[in-house]
Design a protein around this ligand. Structure first.
Ligand SMILES: Cc1cc2nc3c(=O)[nH]c(=O)nc-3n(C[C@H](O)[C@H](O)[C@H](O)COP(=O)(O)OP(=O)(O)OC[C@H]3O[C@@H](n4cnc5c(N)ncnc54)[C@H](O)[C@@H]3O)c2cc1C
Length: 469
């Protein structure tokens, strides 16, 4: 292999940037790393903007502190690697609510993304089916099987637990329906337990026991100053050459490496590299792989995505409840899917002038038509619905922003993990120097995507014949 190595990272989201940092840390000194980002900004779904003179997240808001095994999450480890550990802050108000019959009720604690291990604890919001969760003498899920979260929970606890609890909580992450989402990919810890346990309450308790949390330990963290600081620090630490407004349109094998076609069709730039981290969503990845690996492209490109919009507004002196926000079951018939009271939830964002920042997420999978409405219309509807849910006429906003995220959240159908594993195995066998990373593959969320990018970097180093430093 020629030295120095030339590695292209396609996609400047957090997965691509985590890959670039890991390459810098573990690939041979002098490795040339270039990040190609099609838009004008790095970070992908991490985007810190500003409203009323204060940083506001227009995309992802926070990250999990721990991974499913209970160890420090990859996002925290990356922040530490980048010298940002002391900037991590936690919510001061963690309690959120559910909208049930138009009013707010606290979300019951002790569940796993809404799936209870103790049915009595969810009685305030949903009536579980009586006696359905019986021991049938065998594990809930077969050794290689996958089911939708909704199907499993409906069969064990009945419809209300799904519709009022699990669906809004999973929908808060995926903007999708529990009935469509894979247990194995969206709730891996529960899937592992369900392959052993005979009841769902037993599986939830086993999954919780497998990742014990120290009492009082924070679940979520974010960075004071905004998540864009993570993006900027990763770029600096990676020492990568960054190419913004540089869409990679084609990927062709050269025999010894890869030729990328970059930039506009009329004025393309051809770049030769030794290896490629493909840290883009599944659809652009499938387009790039269509030439060199058509079967892999077909497997990867089958993934569907949901679109959402985040409507942020700054309100003067509203009387907000002492809650971090609320989630809305789709059965409530509201446009709002979730709302976050940022200035209540995050102590570091509270303002002496009493201005409050509220952000609502709208858009569920299959309801994209609502997102065609103009910004002002979405903002007015959100304002009206917030007032109705809170039972108070909210003051008019003094500032606001609508951020649309088209095709942003993967809808992992049952069987996704197996399909992806097959696609990856085929790609590794045919082209070990191209590796997929990011939310299209391993699951959504900053920690998962950081880990995915780091793993991709290590696979590239192995494929190029280097030893991880
Ligand atoms: C609205 C919203 C809120 C979220 N909130 C949270 C949260 O609070 N906490 C959390 O942990 N997770 C959250 N997530 C999920 C999390 O943000 C994502 O899973 C993660 O950021 C995805 O990172 P990624 O690098 O895989 O992909 P992306 O962020 O999508 O980055 C991929 C990049 O590739 C670029 N690209 C695409 N095609 C090409 C091409 N051909 N050439 C060059 N570049 C290309 C894109 O422009 C993009 O910048 C949220 C997601 C959304 C949409």
């Amino acid at each position: 292999m020629r030295q120095p190595w030339r590695v292209a990272v396609v996609g400047g989201g957090i997965a691509g940037l985590a890959a670039a940092v890991r390459l810098r840390d573990r690939a041979p000194a002098g490795t040339e790393i270039t990040v190609y980002e099609q838009s004008g900004a790095l970070g992908g779904k991490l985007r810190t903007g500003e409203l009323a003179g204060q940083p506001v997240e227009f995309g992802a808001e926070s990250f999990l502190m721990r991974d499913p095994t209970g160890a420090e999450s990859a996002a925290v480890a990356l922040a530490r690697r980048l010298g940002l550990a002391e900037k991590i802050v936690h919510p001061t108000v963690g309690q959120a609510a559910l909208v049930i019959d138009g009013g707010l009720r606290p979300i019951p604690g002790g569940t796993l993304v809404g799936v209870p291990g103790d049915l009595d604890r969810v009685a305030t919001v949903a009536r579980p089916a009586a006696d359905a969760d019986t021991d049938g003498g065998r594990p809930l899920v077969g050794p290689d099987a996958d089911v939708s979260v909704g199907a499993l929970v409906r069969s064990r606890f009945g419809d209300e637990v799904v519709d009022r609890l699990v669906d809004p909580m999973l929908g808060g992450v995926y903007a999708g329906r529990a009935d469509d989402l894979s247990l194995v990919t969206t709730m891996p810890a529960l899937a592992r337990a369900a392959r052993v346990e005979h009841t769902l309450t037993g599986a939830v308790r086993a999954a919780q026991a497998a990742a014990p949390r120290a009492p009082g330990a924070p679940v979520f963290g974010t960075l004071a100053g905004g998540l864009t600081t993570l993006v900027e620090a990763a770029v600096t630490a990676s020492g990568a050459t960054v190419r913004r407004d540089a869409a990679v349109r084609e990927l062709a094998a050269t025999g010894t490496g890869w030729r990328l076609t970059v930039g506009p069709t009329r004025d393309p730039e051809l770049v030769d590299v030794d290896a490629v981290v493909l840290a883009v969503p599944a659809r652009p990845a499938a387009r790039l792989l269509a030439g060199p690996a058509p079967e892999v492209a077909a497997g990867v490109g089958a993934l569907d995505y949901a679109s959402v919009a985040l409507v942020s507004m700054v309100l003067p002196q509203p009387r907000l409840p002492e809650l971090s926000g609320f989630l809305v079951p789709s059965t409530e018939g509201l446009l709002i899917k979730a709302a976050t009271f940022f200035t209540t939830k995050w102590g570091h964002l509270r303002r002496p002038d009493g201005l409050a920042l509220v952000r609502a997420s709208v858009g569920r999978y299959g309801e994209e038509a609502h997102l065609q409405r103009p910004d002002a219309d979405l903002a007015a509807t959100v304002h009206r619905e917030l007032s109705a849910v809170l039972g108070i006429p909210l003051p008019a906003p003094v500032d606001g922003h609508v951020q649309r995220w088209g095709g942003a959240l993967p809808q992992y159908a049952p069987g996704h993990a197996d399909r992806l594993a097959a696609a990856r195995t085929a790609l590794r066998a045919a082209h070990p120097t191209v590796v997929l990373a990011g939310a299209g593959y391993d699951g959504v969320g900053i920690p998962v995507c950081v880990r995915s990018g780091e793993t991709a970097a290590e696979e590239i180093i192995t494929a190029l014949g280097g030893s991880a430093r």
